[in-house]
Design a protein around this ligand. Sequence first.
Ligand SMILES: Cc1cc2nc3c(=O)[nH]c(=O)nc-3n(C[C@H](O)[C@H](O)[C@H](O)COP(=O)(O)O)c2cc1C
Length: 195
Amino acid sequence: MEDVIIKVMIITSSPNKEGLTENCGEAAKNGVKDGNGESLMIRLNDKNILNCNACDHGWGTCLQENNCKMDDDFDDIHNAMGTVDAYIVITPVYWGDMSESAKAFFDRLRRCESSFDPDNINNIQNKPFICVAAAGGSGNGTLSCLSNMERLFLHLNKMNYKNITNFDYIGITQRNKSYMLKSIQDSAKKMILGE
Ligand SMILES: Cc1cc2nc3c(=O)[nH]c(=O)nc-3n(C[C@H](O)[C@H](O)[C@H](O)COP(=O)(O)O)c2cc1C
């Protein structure tokens, strides 16, 4: 029988192409490879993602049609999310929160996923995910950033705490990266292998 290849989307959201976020992305990619999976890398800062307009009185096509009517790269990434089996989201910690590019993307994603339709090809729910917050030397705000990421994924999973498919939440700083990068790699591998 043919082996099923697990596809993982790795989303990063830093302007720096050689920074800690990028290092984490590489570690995640290596972990996916270790588990014989396939990675799809998305660098949000290379994409054109506009801020949500909060159309009409607060909801636009996001509520009724599970898509966004703004014309940029959002829909392509959202559609691609439906074709993979798991996610690893890595953001630098800015002001104890996700970076602006992550917020712009995920603000819109949670809207488009707010009315769950199991037949929707964009369906991203009930798939495992790992959240990584990559901070500076102090690491201050790593926990609030991870907490906001948890909140985001709870919304994406319809606030259903029982079925939530979180696999890991990892905080990494400039100080602990010598050993935490390996943890990201191991976590990605473990998620793929379903251990
Ligand atoms: C606008 C801004 C805000 C930041 N806020 C925090 C913070 O709250 N806590 C922290 O530990 N580091 C903070 N940092 C440092 C970054 O999280 C750190 O440099 C991280 O490694 C950036 O990822 P990168 O190497 O991919 O750019 C901030 C950096 C910037 C540019």
